[in-house]
Design a protein around this ligand. Structure first.
Ligand SMILES: NC(=O)c1ccc[n+]([C@@H]2O[C@H](COP(=O)([O-])OP(=O)(O)OC[C@H]3O[C@@H](n4cnc5c(N)ncnc54)[C@H](OP(=O)(O)O)[C@@H]3O)[C@@H](O)[C@H]2O)c1
Length: 230
């Protein structure tokens, strides 16, 4: 990477929550930020594009927005999550499209050019809740898919000079955190601090906070045992 030129960061899912705070943080540093979300951003001076990550043409629209520009860093923050309502599963397919298919489309739009340059960093925001979840089955399943995809990419692309990171947060204080109980919840600022560490160190996986990840790991083991017993 040429250390002298300004770096380009693409943040997807940037009109609210962690993505919005990350755009603010990155634009005050060395990055020229391209922001993408399904809603407009209030006046920020940042280049913003309104695109729906759940739409059929998302990958091509994103590629059109980028044109020939090299992306050094892409952070996929778009996500939706609803608690389970057994009388209405209509949001589940949308969760699959935003949390998983949109992530895959974003990777398809930016990673081949990173591989050609042997440089770049792709970060996806999965979740510590990336497993079996009776409270939010679609969210857990789509995040399990996201984690497996990101970690597979991380292993496949490291030899090509491209870094992929799976960031697994527990509860972060945004509109996404809908559970009635939110143990070990962190602030949006703390989440962005963690993302800055990921950008600097480029790990394949980071779970924050770690004790929450251990706790959920134990609960997943108990749920699996319950499934096997039948
Ligand atoms: N908050 C948590 O507790 C938590 C924990 C673990 C992981 N995460 C993950 O972290 C990521 C960011 O979550 P957050 O807490 O910042 O949530 P958030 O505050 O709801 O922000 C999500 C962002 O994604 C955008 N978005 C949603 N659907 C989209 C679509 N179809 N196309 C483009 N953009 C779309 C949202 O736009 P709108 O504002 O228009 O909805 C918003 O800008 C998500 O993937 C989430 O699953 C969050």
């Amino acid at each position: 990477m040429d250390e002298g030129r300004p770096l380009t960061a693409l943040v997807i899912g940037s009109s609210d929550g962690i993505g919005r705070a990350l755009v603010r943080r990155l634009s005050t540093g060395r990055y020229r930020v391209i922001s993408v979300s399904r809603r407009a951003l209030e006046a920020t001076g940042v280049e913003h594009h309104v695109l729906d990550a759940a739409s059929e043409g998302f990958r091509d629209e994103l590629a059109r927005v980028l044109g020939e520009r090299a992306v050094d860093l892409c952070v996929y923050c778009a996500g939706v999550g609803e608690l389970f309502d057994p009388t209405d599963l209509s949001m589940d397919a949308r969760a699959a499209r935003v949390n998983f298919v949109g992530l895959v489309d974003a990777a398809a739009a930016v990673i081949p050019a990173m591989v050609r340059r042997n440089a770049g960093h792709f970060i996806g925001l999965s979740s510590i809740g990336d497993g079996v979840s009776p409270e939010a089955p679609a969210y857990g399943a789509t995040k399990a898919g996201a984690s497996a995809y990101l970690e597979g990419l991380a292993l496949a692309l490291r030899p090509k000079g491209v870094f992929v990171s799976n960031v697994r947060f527990g509860f972060v204080d945004t509109k996404m955190a809908k559970s009635p109980v939110k143990p070990m919840m962190i602030s949006v600022d703390a989440a962005v601090d963690a993302l800055e560490r990921v950008i600097a160190r480029r790990p394949m996986v980071l779970s924050v906070p770690k004790p929450m990840s251990w706790l959920v790991g134990v609960l997943q083991g108990l749920l699996r045992a319950r499934l096997w017993v039948g």
